[in-house]
Design a protein around this ligand. Sequence first.
Ligand code: NZQ
Ligand code: ZN
Length: 392
Amino acid sequence: MLNFDYKNPTRIVFGKGQVTNLGSIIKENRGTRVLLHFGGGSIKKNGVYDAVKKSLVKAKLEVFELGGVQPNPRLSLVRQGIKLVRDKKIDFILAVGGGSVIDSAKGIGVGVPYSGDVWDFYIDKAKPSVSLPVGTVLTLPAAGSESSFSSVLTNDDGHFKRFLDNDLIYPVFSILDPAYTFSLPPYQTACGASDMLVHVTERYFTRTQNVELIDRLSESVIKTIIHNAPIALADPKNYEARAQIMWSGAIAHNNLLSTGRVGDWSSHMIEHELSAINDVAHGAGLAVLVPNWMKYVYKQDVKRFVQFAVRVFGVDNNFFNPEETALKGIAALRNFFTSIGMPSTLSAIGIKEAQFQGIAKKTKKFDPKKETVGNFQPLAPKDIVEILKLAK
Ligand code: NZQ
Ligand code: ZN
């Protein structure tokens, strides 16, 4: 196990009806003039907007609104939000929605006090030194942005999807009411389950040795998602299943499961390029890629894949043929994704073979000198193309 220094500062307020406390929690965080940031309108249809407004009005907060965040949130709206916050002297940003709304809010939060262009933070040209506080009311468990230190934006100019990781952008609080997820369409429920599951596998497939505790915690989170996603799909208003999924999504990405190890993250980096060029739902892109990434890299550490197969999917361990066991685990993961309605090929999400070289070139590299991405097996562009071919 590696040394680590772990802190997740986001306060999680979990459960039915917790939004009634929203106004007073914002006040505790010294918010007085609030930007209510949201997406394309789901919160107006399912009653979340009304509940949020009621709590803000009761607390006598001044509220300004900016809706219209698209899935794969755009830099242009973040720039618009920065201007609005400056003009109206807003001091608190409230994101009500899924990962896209939260990431957009985080972008506004770091962009307001910065004299340059906020995109600088996403292309490693500058580091933020301060952020306005951001709080969230989560309506889609998936990205884990409600308690992550990340924000992912798409630059409309050139379709670059890039991330910012920084301790300053942890939300100060997140309200997680599982009942707010009853209205999710099945496809979004499944995309969310896939994304959070992959947040765990990105960490689980590590070359770091002696990481038993986090391995076992990770396996539990994955098994909880696999158990509850089909229940929520069959019975969308099942509060208990929605609650297990919602808490799993936060735990999957609050970095607890990163402690003491080095994660991989190449599938995320490649997927971001799929989303950027074709507006693919992030979880669907991951469901296509990850089993193929696994097939490409499993020989780096067959034992780890055997452990995954046996402990997560209950695959019968063939002691004389560990590779067979490892491959059965990968196949079981593919079957799970398919069973919840996720696509299994790139063609099903509109990505063509002619685009593979471009995707490989564009994928953000961890080691710019070697042009590689990922840690379990560092992937050069030619490896990315091979994985994309497996996934076509
Ligand atoms: O826009 P509205 O009308 O609200 O509809 C949304 C959107 O169309 C809808 N939705 C959300 N809650 C709903 C609902 N519909 C009905 N009922 C509800 N309760 O769902 C659609 C998708 O929303 P979006 O926010 O885009 O999805 P998600 O939460 O999966 O976020 C995806 C984004 O997060 C990024 C992804 O790359 C992608 O851009 N990620 C952010 C991370 C982070 N900040 O830590 C990490 C992740 O790995 C990921 O990269
Ligand atoms: Zn993700």
